[in-house]
Design a protein around this ligand. Structure first.
Ligand SMILES: NC(=O)c1ccc[n+]([C@@H]2O[C@H](COP(=O)([O-])OP(=O)(O)OC[C@H]3O[C@@H](n4cnc5c(N)ncnc54)[C@H](OP(=O)(O)O)[C@@H]3O)[C@@H](O)[C@H]2O)c1
Length: 183
């Protein structure tokens, strides 16, 4: 069985990074990092763009697809021994997963905005963490459609996902997660 899941932490205004493409401390949280890293440990493969590597001591052990336009289809990733460069215009997700021998299990999508948006029709679940006390005016939104007229929740609902209960990750810091599931 294969599952496609997204993982992100956003500010109260739906941003994942500032206008320079850097993730500010205001949306970094240790409890959310534990939730994120423990889920990635269980994933079959991690998928992200060039600037969205998760970091951390166990990252090198994870299989990863790095989404890029710099190659035509699929190619070994010189930067990550367990990595494969993938251009979605030249190879399907199935072809990429087969090439990296992902097997069954969770495909964990971890950003950035274009990659999160690319997978919107495919998510079985999207784990939306929120640092409710942070705002990042002029930042990078989790999905390209997020803006004055659309919240991340609006975008997920418009693609057929439904929210589960809010779980506090760090109540003192105002950080919680809601897992959105496809009906
Ligand atoms: N708060 C969070 O949970 C969270 C999560 C993820 C990222 N972030 C932050 O967000 C920022 C990353 O932003 P970013 O916009 O630079 O995102 P990114 O997805 O890491 O990198 C963008 C690159 O991905 C590739 N790409 C994206 N869409 C593609 C497509 N449809 N087809 C082929 N290649 C595609 C392109 O690579 P090429 O240039 O190689 O062609 C593009 O330059 C970082 O600061 C990161 O720390 C935060």
């Amino acid at each position: 069985m294969r599952r496609i899941e997204g993982y992100v932490i956003v500010s109260a205004d739906g941003m994942i990074a500032d206008g320079r493409g850097e993730m500010p401390d205001a949306i970094r949280n240790d409890a959310d990092q534990r939730f994120f890293q423990e889920n990635l440990d269980r994933a079959a493969v991690v998928v992200h763009g060039r600037h969205s590597h998760e970091g951390g001591p166990r990252a090198a052990a994870r299989k990863r697809l790095v989404v890029t336009r710099q190659i035509a289809t699929l190619a070994p990733d010189p930067a990550h021994t367990q990595g494969l460069l993938w251009n979605p215009l030249g190879a399907t997700l199935e072809e990429a997963l087969e090439a990296i021998d992902a097997g069954d299990g969770t495909v964990a999508v971890i950003g950035g905005p274009d990659v999160f948006s690319l997978f919107l029709p495919l998510y079985d679940a999207f784990n939306l963490s929120c640092a409710s006390r942070a705002k990042i005016p002029g930042g990078l939104p989790v999905f390209t459609e997020v803006g004055p007229n659309a919240t991340p929740e609006d975008v997920l609902r418009s693609r057929g996902l439904h929210p589960g209960p809010r779980r506090e990750l760090d109540a003192a810091a105002g950080v919680s997660v809601v897992t959105w599931l496809r009906a």
